[in-house]
Design a protein around this ligand. Structure first.
Ligand code: G3I
Length: 451
């Protein structure tokens, strides 16, 4: 029997909506935002991104050109790319990136000349004497650096020479040429382009530790010997919430040796799915890295390793991890973008959302002791990869059963999380879940928030 307490049809149909936490832009940064490259320039810094040449059109090209003052070819200048067969060269992607950079008044960071990875198979499978290996390396450096002479601001000449304990990594180069390969490579690069800044680049050298101290000692020794070394690259492939506390101190100690420092491959990976808490932490992480660089005069460049989550090495290398860059897969700037901007002196207020996800609560049927409710989460100009719908019952209602979500109630507070199969709400899409609950006295409609 329906009691007199049954809500009216109008009330049954009433929807309570609340703006969710996940708001996103529509492809580029908010129109009022100053581009990152202008913010960086005002601080005397360069802001860069790694790029894939074939993607430099459309929105990807627009953002790469508008927001960044430096490009690093993610793969296009590696030996395996430029000389896949001995004596047969493919410069097409590298040339394309250099031309794009010139057209957009951007620097290019050359990456990378001497590495243990992404070498051509003819090189790694060959059996070489030390003299042959030295001559191959010298020719490679002379050819590549010479080709782009005057067009490359800085070269990552030597990449990842150290183990975590600060000993030299066992590589083709170290094993064949000894530790002197580092000085030789720098010297050959300098001969081919005396104006390019020459760097040694490595990962896990952001904080003060055994590996960064080995790098420090090497740079100090190279400087003492008069070897042309201009800078160190701290790759900064970081994990959420783990920016080393000694980052700025470490940058400063290299600067005090008389070399420049660049953050060369910044990204901050997280366990997927991303949520608002993780994205806020990521923004804080990007901000603190950029702020540490901004605080040291000789820290000249911060480069992100891909600016969009659709062009990041992380998901394929660390399954289950991703969302590591400042723009999402649809080119909407994430909180991390604003973290970078804030560290460069940009707006400290997040721009008003141009899109949002909202939650609508309704009672679909009601009887004397119970009712069925449903919540529909809809996104427009934004999207979700997971969700939680939260509300507080105002009159003692108690959830007894839920479907298409996992609901927990503590006192009057209800929190419903997505099921394994419906966490994703695309832009323009919606997801609905339902529940049964008990009521007595009255059954007011709560306000639902997304978290
Ligand atoms: O181009 C081929 C494509 O034809 C093929 O279908 C596909 C199938 O796997 O592979 C493609 O090559 C991939 C290449 O990236 C281009 O996308 C390789 O498999 C993949 O291993 C390679 O990964 C690169 C990685 O270096 C190799 O170690 C990443 O893109 C690149 O971002 C990454 O960059 C390095 C820096 O150079 C040095 N520091 C660490 C950083 C992250 O690993």
């Amino acid at each position: 029997m329906r009691s007199s307490r049954t809500p009216s049809r109008a009330c049954l149909a009433a929807l309570v909506t609340a703006v969710g936490l996940f708001a996103a832009g529509t492809g580029t940064a908010h129109a009022a935002d100053t581009p990152l490259r202008d913010l960086a320039a005002a601080k005397g810094k360069v802001i860069g991104t790694a790029v894939t040449g074939s993607k430099l059109t459309g929105t990807y090209g627009d953002i790469a050109g508008a927001q960044f003052s430096s490009l690093t070819p993610g793969n296009a200048m590696k030996w395996g790319t430029v000389e896949p067969t001995q004596g047969s060269f493919n410069w097409s992607e590298a040339d394309q990136i250099v031309a794009f950079a010139q057209a957009h008044n951007q620097q290019v960071r050359g990456h990378t000349l001497v590495w243990h990875s992404q070498n051509p198979s003819w090189l790694t499978n060959g059996s070489w004497t030390s003299a042959q290996l030295g001559s191959l390396l010298q020719n490679h450096i002379s050819t590549e650096v010479g080709r782009y002479k005057g067009k490359i601001a800085a070269w990552d000449v030597v990449n990842e020479p150290f183990n975590e304990d600060g000993t030299y990594r066992s590589t083709l180069w170290y094993n064949g040429l000894g530790s002197g390969y580092v000085a030789s490579a720098l010297t050959w690069a300098h001969a081919a382009d005396p104006d390019a800044k020459l760097y040694i680049n490595d990962y896990n050298v952001e904080g003060v530790n055994a590996k960064s101290t080995a790098l420090y000692n090497l740079v100090k020794s190279l400087k003492q010997q008069g070897v042309p070394i201009d800078g160190v690259g701290l790759q900064a492939h970081l994990i959420l919430g783990q920016v080393p506390a000694t980052l700025q101190q470490n940058i400063q100690r290299f600067a005090d040796l008389g070399v420049d420092v660049a953050i060369t491959e910044l990204d901050v990976r997280m366990a997927l799915p991303a949520d608002s808490t993780k994205l806020a932490q990521q923004a804080a992480d990007f901000k603190s890295v950029v702020a540490a660089c901004a605080a040291v005069a000789r820290c000249v460049n911060v480069t992100v390793w891909g600016f969009t989550d659709s062009d990041s090495w992380v998901p394929s290398t660390f399954p289950g991890y991703g969302a590591a860059t400042p723009y999402d897969e649809n080119y909407a700037p994430k909180p991390a973008y604003h973290g970078i901007a804030e560290a460069l002196g940009g707006s400290t207020t997040t721009p008003p959302p141009t899109g949002a996800c909202t939650a609508a609560y309704s009672v679909t049927s009601q009887w004397n002791t119970g009712f069925t409710g449903q919540v529909t989460i809809s996104c427009s100009g934004a999207s979700l990869s997971s969700w939680k719908a939260n509300w507080t019952f105002g009159a003692g209602q108690q959830i007894t059963q839920a479907w298409n979500a996992t609901c927990a109630q503590s006192g009057a507070a209800v929190s419903c999380a997505n099921a394994s199969y419906n966490g994703s709400v695309p832009d323009g899409g919606s997801v609905t879940f339902g529940f049964n609950a008990s009521w007595s006295g009255s059954n007011p409609l709560p306000t639902v928030t997304l978290g």
